[in-house]
Design a protein around this ligand. Structure first.
Ligand code: NAD
Ligand code: MG
Length: 393
């Protein structure tokens, strides 16, 4: 019996994880659930899964949740950064699902790593902001890091099919991550300035939270994933590539020295990688319908167009620059995407704000977590100012 703590339980990944867990009451018990401020959703999850601990990042939401729990509920309510750290590293859980969106997930995910847990990582921004430090902590504390992001989960499965060594040692020449191309893959570039948040969030193949949906539409998501892959699999930047694959059925490919290419396929449904990581090294039912290749008929591949998707190039440049550049990229992107979703910035303004921010970033140290968080914070400040300037122009 594994006991599971889910950071970001009310989100898209949180919901898919609970769907898989509910299919296997003999294997999994829910120890702790966390959310930002959605009290209604958390109250419903507490009634259904009866965790020992429920944490709301927002203190007012935590008070409201405590008042909503049924008499006799086994759930204790906690709040804020301390509550999140307890859900991540407190005594009860052996497995932590890191599914908070954005850099807000870094501190609790690191707490789970430092407690030596099995960590199922969806929160890619944690690795983008602090990859070197994060991976050093994984090694130092003997944590077991399993990727949930579908492409990285696919790479992980290909590597284990080939003996389970880290990428270089297994004779890997190149890792290819697939990208659907998002909703604007074929849209005339000159019309992109006018797209709405609803159009950007209407992803053709995946159903996801709003931030990652916008990241998919700009392809910043794939840029963040290239950075994530370099850290997870100890690969140099020029050995991780991106290929557009509109059907989203092949999630990743690994090319070996001998010419073999292994690919992982599956429906575009996050319950597959989540179930793979939850049960590893076993296999369990995920509730996902079988993939019918006869019904699919064809798989298409094409090169990404960096003029249409400048965010992909910005992310790759930040990866090559190293140091605090990826942390700054992430901070600027979070501010720009939030501004777009709130109607304060046009879609093409997202890349423009990130580019201006990275150009204006002062050189700074990147030796400690404090250095990286300072760079992230400075990028947020500069990006906020750039959003305000774009509005005036
Ligand atoms: P979401 O917006 O649906 O859910 C986010 C969760 O985080 C919610 O439970 C929310 O309450 C919580 N949260 C948000 N801000 C918080 C804060 N400041 N402090 C504490 N908790 C906070 O997001 P999602 O789509 O489930 O994505 C979660 C993570 O997984 C992201 O890093 C995303 O890139 C990654 N991911 C998602 C998918 C997907 O299919 N949705 C696929 C691959 C990777
Ligand atoms: Mg992905």
């Amino acid at each position: 019996m594994r006991s599971i703590s889910i950071l970001g339980a009310t989100g898209s990944i949180g919901g898919s994880t609970l769907d898989v867990i509910a299919r296997h009451p003999d294997r999994y018990r829910v120890e702790a659930l966390t959310a930002n401020r959605d009290v209604d959703a958390m109250a419903a999850l507490c009634a259904r899964f009866r965790p020992a601990l429920a944490v709301m990042a927002d203190a007012g939401a935590a008070r409201a949740l405590a008042a909503r729990l049924e008499p006799g509920s086994p759930t204790r309510v906690a709040a804020g950064a301390e509550g999140l750290a307890e859900a991540a590293a407190g005594g009860g859980a052996d497995t932590v699902v890191a599914a908070i969106v954005g850099a807000a997930g870094l501190a609790p995910t690191l707490a789970a790593v430092r407690a030596g847990r099995r960590v199922l990582l969806a929160n890619k921004e944690a690795l983008v902001v602090a990859g070197a430090l994060f991976m050093a902590e994984v090694a130092a504390h003997g944590a077991e890091l399993l990727p949930v992001d579908s492409e990285h989960n696919g790479v992980f499965q290909c590597l284990y099919a080939s003996g389970g060594a880290v990428a270089g040692a297994a004779g890997v020449e190149r890792i290819l991550l697939t990208a659907s191309g998002g909703p604007f893959r074929e849209r005339a570039p000159e019309t992109l300035g006018a797209v709405t948040p609803e159009e950007a969030c209407a992803h053709p193949t995946w159903s996801m939270g709003r931030k990652i949906s916008v990241d998919s539409a700009t392809m910043m998501n794939k840029g963040l994933e290239v950075i994530e892959a370099c850290w997870l699999f100890a690969m140099e930047p020029d050995r991780v590539g991106v290929v557009i694959h509109p059907q989203s059925l092949v999630h990743a490919l690994v090319r070996y020295r001998d010419g073999s290419v292994l690919a992982q396929l599956g429906q575009p449904d996050m319950r597959t990688p989540i179930a793979q990581a939850l049960a590893w090294p076993e296999r369990i039912d995920s509730g996902v319908a079988p993939l019918d290749l006869m019904a699919v008929g064809r798989l298409d591949f094409e090169a990404p167009d960096l003029r249409r998707f400048p965010c992909l190039g910005l992310a790759e440049a930040a990866l090559r620059a190293g140091g605090s550049a990826p942390a700054a990229l992430n901070g600027a992107n979070e501010v720009a995407v939030a501004a777009f979703l709130e109607g304060r910035l046009g879609f093409t303004g997202i890349a423009a704000v990130i580019e201006t921010t990275l150009e204006a970033m002062p050189a700074g140290a990147a030796d400690s977590l404090d250095d990286l968080l300072a760079a992230e914070g400075e990028a947020r400040r500069l990006a906020g100012a750039a959003v305000a300037r774009q509005r005036r122009d």
